[in-house]
Ligand binder design. Structure first.
Ligand code: PGA
Length: 255
């Protein structure tokens, strides 16, 4: 049975009450209730909605995580959120290096490696995002760019940290555009990442695909050998579509 990790990145959406309602709708759905243990479901609400999401998740077998954390343990960093606070309130995971943070906050691979390190030392599992821009994609530079991102993150974090992480391949041109990578395109890059990780002695990591995943394309993506799940943005904000993606993973897991 293959294991799938289905993560919903809610970005800057949902008030605390709405987050609780969405978590409640997802955890009480047949999709989650009847999902095999090989399907792991995680949701990433905005920071101030985390507590109500965690309360709503209650005893159900779903994970809640943060969308970002600071690389330092604590200190004079106004407006930042620490990994230890996320762990303390009950988060299990944290997304680091999402392309929107790279773009809007100038996050570098070195910083992302430091954040992954802080996450692990605080007891969180980091989901490390990599992916090329449209210009890089069109120039045929995808693997070169993704390989360089992984190298720089590995240099900053070290093997032990990367080995405890989850990787999300998210082509920037596919995020929020409705233009997902085709299963073949995604599989090709995932296979490249899988080989890269093997060569750098950090094997067996889950590799998620992200970028316009929907109930319509999820099954074809999950049928690919090296796609171990999805990081879902837009389609994770409605319980119907997120649950349909969980269903697709459940089906793929038993095939
Ligand atoms: P999308 O976002 O599913 O809306 O394309 C994915 C992501 O940013 O993680």
């Amino acid at each position: 049975m293959r294991t799938f990790f289905i993560a919903g990145n809610w970005k800057m959406n949902t008030l605390p009450g709405e987050a609780a309602q969405l978590v409640d709708a997802i955890v009480s759905s047949k999709s989650v209730q009847e999902a095999p243990s090989s399907v792991i479901v995680a949701m990433f609400p905005p920071h101030l909605s985390l507590t109500s999401a965690i309360e709503a998740a209650g005893k159900f077998r779903v994970s809640i995580g943060g969308q970002n954390c600071h690389h330092k343990e604590h200190g004079a960093y106004t407006g930042e959120i620490s990994a230890s606070v996320l762990a303390h309130i009950g988060c299990s995971h944290v997304i680091v290096g999402h392309s929107e943070r790279r773009r809007d906050h100038g996050e570098t691979n070195e910083l992302i490696g430091q954040k992954a390190t802080r996450a692990i030392t605080s007891g969180l599992i980091p989901i490390i995002c990599v992916g090329e821009t449209l210009a890089e994609h069109e120039a045929g530079r995808t693997k070169e760019v993704v390989g360089a991102q992984l190298s720089e993150i590995l240099n900053a974090a070290g093997k032990e940290i990367v080995a405890g992480s989850i990787i999300a391949y998210e082509p920037v041109w596919a995020i929020g555009t409705g233009r997902a990578a085709t299963p073949q395109q995604a599989q090709d890059v995932h296979q490249f990442i899988r080989h890269w990780l093997d060569e750098h002695q950090t094997p067996n990591l889950p590799i998620l695909y992200g970028g316009s995943v929907t109930p319509e394309n999820a099954s074809a993506l999950f049928a690919c050998e090296d796609i171990d799940g999805a990081l879902v943005g837009g389609a994770s904000l409605k319980h119907e579509s997120f649950c349909a993606i969980i269903d697709a993973a459940a089906k793929a897991s038993t095939q």
